[in-house]
Write a protein that binds this ligand. Structure first.
Ligand code: DQA
Length: 145
């Protein structure tokens, strides 16, 4: 089984950016935790981060062409603006979980819109870094059933 874990803009700044919202774990540490967890569950993980919308679209398409079984995505601020990312997800038709580190539903009005949510099978918010692990477990367990 192979999962793509895709992070959008500014998530490379984890550990530095707004720790009250996003905690103190760095992006590097996050990738380490994800890779370790996936390995322990016998799953191949492909972690990717970009600050550029089109690169995120390319990566979603790559997940399809490389035979991925599912996608975990935190599109960052593109959550609230990107029809292109939604369309990419709809194009590849892979099971997808939307993750947000912060509790977006309790934040500014502009964060209440999520384009990707229309397609996402599940959304996890406000659980910090654990949200990624829960999303990965959800996708693995989904296939084990
Ligand atoms: C975020 C929430 C978004 O509103 C924000 O733009 C981010 C991170 C989160 O993980 O909580 O970059 O997706």
């Amino acid at each position: 089984m192979k999962l793509y874990i895709i992070n959008g803009p500014n998530l490379n700044m984890l550990g530095i950016r707004e720790p009250d919202h996003y905690g103190t774990t760095t992006y590097r540490d996050l990738v380490g935790l994800i890779d370790e967890h996936c390995k322990s569950r016998g799953v191949t993980s492909v972690c990717y981060q970009s600050n550029h919308e089109g690169d995120l679209v390319d990566k979603i398409q790559e997940a399809y062409f490389e035979g991925a079984d599912g996608i975990v995505i935190n599109p960052g601020a593109y959550t609230h603006t990107s029809i292109a990312i939604l369309d990419a997800a709809k194009s590849v038709m892979l099971p997808l979980v939307e993750v947000h580190i912060s509790k977006v539903e309790e934040r500014e009005a502009f964060r209440q819109v999520s384009y990707i949510r229309e397609y996402a099978e599940k959304t996890i918010t406000g659980k910090g870094i654990q949200g990624y692990i829960d999303a990965i477990n959800y996708l693995i367990d989904r296939f084990d059933k």
